[in-house]
Design a protein around this ligand. Structure first.
Ligand code: ADP
Length: 525
């Protein structure tokens, strides 16, 4: 690209081709390696399988000198070192599972300048002795793998990672790259603050899987809906996710009865039975695997034609991971989910039943709201999904909303009613309070803050609470409203929301069957 020096660009490509045998960078790799070679710190957020390793391995070889790679697990380090050596790259690791002689020999290669990449666990790197010794060498680059381990919000916090925040001062002239596949905003902000004091270029790339068509339908007769869907993909392999173990067996039996080759998979089955079913799925054509989330880790079958969710998944991250098992061969594939009110209730109960502190529950409810917002949105689903991960996208043309398969209505007027109430209450309150204002509820909180005197008090009585809740979630999903970043549930108006207020942009909302049914019920009295 224009800003990279031509020779740096050529050197990168030469290394990519000569050492790793690849003709082209993936988009994320091109952007990340360019920023590193320009000397900037980078936080690279890329999904598993996107090719994070090359993001630092290529610059390491272009720059020469020594690159330090921090990784949490000895097994991971050994795999990487073995792979690099196979490619002819001088890589080493010094770690606790080797005997002293092996570590001494490795250190000699490092100290003599032979080693290009040295893999270390954080606790080994951050000793005074190691840091002093490394300070005398020519360090070109530091890479911190699995960087989410530094965040208490992340799924895998490790105390040893906290020490790594000293690296930017100890090696003040060395570019640092942190890598993670964990995309949620709280974790990312935490990594930026702890490792880089905020001075870092964050690049979120590679999450888009454009060949997977995204779609959601209201849950009515779920087995019938599933069967219709599976029949449209007759003869292809697919994965059907169910919430419970029992349901996987019911559904698999139901499909079998209707002439579809289907197998069940869940953690309650014997290991032999699981392995046998997995093996059939991997090797025979056209098998449908009906599974709980226990199925999927490390499954790399390229020709899975679809992933079907009979129930709401645990979070938008989980959903993304699960649908990502479809279409790895790049051919058209489909992700379909059934979505019903009962699922929301069930997930809320799960959260309430967890033995976790209130703070944790609040965040879990917030994550669930995000997922529901994705389900309800009438906007391009891919935009909403990628937007959640921080990646920008234009309308995809490959989701049910872009293809206009779902009934939608203009929600401009209703959207402005919500925006007015949020503005009048100072952009500090959550959906529940805003809806109380709209519905003329004289709650203690309303009276205490004199919100019953606002112009918007009672401005939404034409609709029920569920309608407004759904619309607010859709406004959040569509980027019109912003949930406050601390996760306290307060809603603020985003730039796009102001534009809606001025009538400059439109807001379509999804008309759910249950809303139509709700209206019928209320019409019947
Ligand atoms: P991650 O760490 O992001 O999960 P890896 O670094 O393990 O991903 O890479 C995933 C796979 O993609 C590896 O098999 C790797 O060889 C392959 N890969 C990486 N970059 C490229 C590329 N530019 N072209 C083709 N294959 C690539």
């Amino acid at each position: 690209t224009a800003s990279a020096p031509a020779d740096g660009h050529d050197a990168r490509r030469r290394v990519l081709k000569d050492v790793f045998g690849f003709d082209d960078f993936r988009p994320g790799q091109a952007a990340v390696t360019e920023a590193l070679l320009a000397g900037r710190h980078v936080l690279a957020v890329m999904p598993t399988g996107a090719g994070k390793s090359l993001c630092y391995q290529v610059p390491a070889l272009v720059l020469g000198g020594l690159t330090i790679v921090v990784s949490p697990l000895v097994a991971l380090m050994q795999d990487q070192v073995a792979a690099l050596r196979l490619a002819g790259v001088a890589a080493d690791t010094i770690n606790s599972s080797f005997d002293r002689e092996a570590n001494v020999a490795a250190w000699r290669r490092v100290a003599s300048g032979q080693t290009r990449l040295l893999y270390l666990a954080p606790e080994r790197l951050m000793t005074d002795r190691m840091l002093d010794a490394l300070a005398r060498l020519d360090i070109s680059l530091i890479a911190i793998d699995e960087a989410h381990c530094i965040s208490q919000w992340g799924p895998a916090f490790r105390r040893e990672y906290e020490e790594l925040s000293r690296l930017r001062d100890i090696f003040a002239k060395v570019p640092i790259i942190a890598l993670t596949a964990t995309a949620d905003e709280a974790t990312r902000t935490d990594i930026e603050a702890r490792l880089f004091a905020g001075r870092v270029e964050t690049l979120v790339l590679g999450f888009d899987r454009p060949n997977i068509k995204l779609g959601i339908e209201p849950k009515q007769d779920s087995k019938r809906q599933l069967l219709d869907f599976v029949r449209r993909h007759a003869g292809r392999s697919g994965i059907v996710y169910c919430l419970s173990r029992k349901k996987t067996e019911d559904v698999a039996a139901f499909l079998e009865k209707n002439g579809v080759t289907a197998l069940a998979y869940h953690a309650g089955m014997s290991k032999e039975a699981r392995d046998a079913n997995q093996n059939s799925f991997m090797t025979l054509p056209g098998v449908v695997m009906v599974a709980t989330i226990a199925f999927g880790m490390g499954i790399d079958k390229p020709d899975v034609a679809y992933v079907f969710h009979t129930d709401l998944p645990g979070s938008l991250e989980a959903y993304y991971q699960e649908i990502g098992r479809a279409g790895r061969d790049g051919r058209p594939a489909e992700a379909r989910m059934l979505f019903g009110l009962g699922d929301i209730r069930m997930r809320r109960l799960f959260i309430e039943d967890e033995a976790t502190p209130a703070e944790h529950k609040r965040r879990s409810h917030g994550r669930l709201d995000t997922l529901i917002g994705y389900c309800e949105t009438a906007e391009c689903r891919r935009q909403v999904l990628l937007g959640y991960f921080g990646e920008e996208a234009s309308s995809c043309g490959n989701c049910d909303n872009c293809l206009d398969e779902a009934p939608r209505a203009d929600g401009g007027a209703e959207g402005r009613i919500i925006l007015t109430a949020i503005a009048e209450t100072g952009e500090r309150f959550g959906a529940a309070h805003v809806i109380d204002v709209l519905l003329r509820h004289e709650t203690e909180k309303i009276l205490a803050r004199s919100h019953h005197r606002l112009a918007s008090f009672g401005s939404g009585v034409a609709h029920k609470k569920d309608f407004w809740l759904s619309l607010i979630r859709q406004l959040v999903a569509g980027g019109f409203l912003m949930p406050d970043p601390d996760g306290h549930g307060g809603l603020a108006i985003a730039e796009k929301g102001h534009a809606l207020g001025r009538g400059e942009v439109s807001f379509l909302y999804r008309v759910e069957t249950r809303q139509r049914r709700g209206k019928m019920r209320s019409a019947q009295g």
